[in-house]
Write a protein that binds this ligand. Structure first.
Ligand code: ADP
Ligand code: MG
Length: 153
């Protein structure tokens, strides 16, 4: 299947989902992470990094726009494009080169740079529901579907 849906009742469930997703990541994967402020995008990213074995602090790259990690033989770029405005900045900061076959790129607020970003392999939506969050992941490329299948098999 090409989708994964779940209800995440609390923060611990979001972290746990991230740890599960971490097991499916391969170099080159591009993940869009959608949802309003406070939806749990950075929390999910924390869970993914934890799942990859990262033990340090995961801060929200609100002002730097991207935070790079090297974990578990992967380069992992965590983007938060909420404050992204300038296309020139994109070129100058070398963001384009960060999307490469050796790197996983996870992007919060992808719609802020829609014209510049490559097609996502996974699109994740987080939506408030009761006291928790509705989680939905859609795989939209063959590579994305293959990675997702390693989880759902
Ligand atoms: P975003 O990056 O989308 O702005 P954050 O992850 O920074 O959101 O913050 C999300 C907030 O919601 C945090 O306070 C976190 O504890 C909480 N949270 C995360 N997941 C859940 C969940 N499944 N249910 C309830 N609260 C959650
Ligand atoms: Mg965030």
């Amino acid at each position: 299947d090409h989708t994964l849906s779940a209800f995440l009742p609390d923060e611990a469930a979001t972290l746990a989902m991230g740890e599960v997703l971490a097991q499916a990541l391969r170099g080159g994967l591009v993940i869009f992470l959608q949802g309003d402020l406070g939806a749990g995008k950075t929390t999910l990213t924390r869970g993914i990094l934890r799942g990859l074995g990262y033990v340090g602090r995961v801060k929200s790259p609100t002002y730097t726009l991207v935070e790079p990690y090297v974990v578990s033989n992967l380069y992992f770029h965590h983007f938060d494009l909420y404050r992204f405005a300038d296309q020139l900045e994109w070129e100058d900061a070398g963001f384009r080169e960060m999307f490469n076959p050796a790197s996983v790129c996870l992007v919060e607020w992808p719609d802020k740079a829609a014209d510049l970003l490559p097609q996502p392999d996974w699109t994740v939506d987080l939506l408030p529901q009761a006291q928790g969050r509705a989680f939905r992941l859609v795989a939209s490329t063959p590579n994305g579907a293959a990675c997702l299948a390693t989880l759902t098999a």
